[in-house]
Design a protein around this ligand. Structure first.
Ligand code: PLP
Length: 388
């Protein structure tokens, strides 16, 4: 059967992820050191796994409320208040989702009508533009640059705003650059959102993973922003719980209610076993999280130092677990660099252009891999660059 006319035009029009293309090259090769996958190398801390097992042992295998377990929503509300200094009512302003991934989709579908413009900064996480397109929105990208350490500049944002702008998506610390936002620039961005009546979706998934000792500031915490922000967060990165697929959205009740309308039919609820694990993570997971953060911090410093020694210009990003070195001085494109590095040395890293045009000339290396492997990968990188 010819399926070409059977797939929705909206879906057919979405390009494949550049990460997926690259990893098809990696598949089937032996002994590859991967700096490619954006997930922690730690297994979920044991006490969190145990909470999941115990929940199963007790026979807790049912659906939960569509919004999620009230006990978990209460704990999320407490945590968000402590960490982000924003208060949300656990009964009506917190929705538990299947990862931040689902929350992004719900927020966009709840907010935008066909043709509405959504601004996002690039290089960015690969799902943003496809998620905007699937919600029939129009994505407007605002490039960030190495000169600004990949922070979003308010004047660049202002230039992209039109009467059709409905939503701004933010993600700091950023995947793939590890960038963080200077507080004064974030305040200017908040002022623009208020002036132009824009709703913000802030993806805070890497917020705990900051290394340079400043406190993390979310745009939701700035004056006048709580009412126009959907704060998204989850357990995948900070607690090393990617496979549990658990996230949440916090926002004023009418926005959560709109997202709920989609979630209740599309997903019904997030898995109860994962919710039990998440409750344990929030109640007792700080020590394990801090230990993992310290380890990433150490690996970030090592990776940045080695890349610069090798002659690849790499600034020390303030957060997440990625470095985004500038490989343009080698004369190779991002794709050429990544595929030749793989071919010559069996080291996999993702070409920067997989995260938008602004990523051309860069490479995303995830340093959430073992220290021994990182050392070998950097030695191999050195030999590769030396051979060019
Ligand atoms: N947002 C960003 C910026 C990410 O980097 C990722 C995963 O890499 C996600 C969201 C997806 O997170 P989750 O596992 O909670 O769906």
């Amino acid at each position: 059967m010819d399926y070409s006319g059977k797939i929705s035009r909206q879906v057919a029009g979405i390009p494949r992820s550049g990460i997926r293309d690259f990893f098809e090259l990696v598949q089937g090769r032996d002994d590859v050191i991967s700096l490619g996958v954006g997930e922690p190398d730690f297994a979920t801390p044991w006490h969190i796994r145990e909470a999941a097992i115990y929940s199963l042992e007790k026979g807790h295998t049912s659906y939960t409320s569509n919004l999620g377990l009230l006990s978990l929503r209460k704990e999320i509300s407490r945590y968000v208040d402590d960490f982000f200094h924003v208060n949300y009512d656990s009964a009506s302003e917190v929705l538990i989702t299947v990862g931040v991934s689902e929350a992004i989709d719900l927020a966009l579908r709840a907010l935008i009508d066909p043709g509405d413009e959504v601004i996002y900064h690039t290089p960015c996480y690969v799902s943003y533009l496809p998620s905007i397109s699937l919600a029939y929105g129009v994505g407007v990208d605002v490039p960030t640059t190495k000169r600004d350490d990949f922070a979003l500049k308010a004047e660049m944002l202002e230039a992209a705003i039109t009467p059709k702008t409905r939503v701004l998506m933010l993600n700091f610390p950023t995947n793939p650059t590890g960038a963080v936002m200077p507080d004064d620039e974030l305040k200017k961005i908040a002022a623009l959102c208020i002036k132009h009546d824009i709703i913000v979706i802030t993806d805070e998934i890497y917020s705990e993973l900051r290394y340079d000792e400043e406190e993390h500031l979310s745009i939701a915490a700035l004056p006048g922003m709580r009412e126009r922000t959907i704060l998204l967060h989850g357990f995948s990165k900070a607690y090393s719980m990617t496979g549990f697929r658990l996230g949440y959205a916090c926002a004023p009740a009418p926005l959560i209610e709109a997202m709920m309308k989609i979630h209740q039919y599309a997903m019904l609820c997030a898995p109860i076993t994962s919710q039990a694990a998440a409750l344990e993570a929030l109640q007792n997971g700080d020590a394990a999280m801090n230990e993992m953060r310290e380890s990433y911090h150490h690996r970030r410093d090592f990776t940045v130092k080695r890349l610069n020694e090798i002659g690849i210009d790499c600034h020390a990003p303030g957060g997440a677990f990625y470095v985004f070195p500038d490989i343009s001085q080698t004369g190779l494109s991002s794709k050429q660099f990544a595929s030749q590095l793989l071919e010559a040395e069996n080291v996999a890293a993702v070409p920067g252009d997989a995260f938008g045009e602004a990523g051309e000339g860069f490479l995303r290396c995830c340093y959430a891999t073992s220290f021994d492997e990182l050392k070998v990968a950097m030695n191999k990188m050195e030999r590769f660059v030396g051979s060019l």
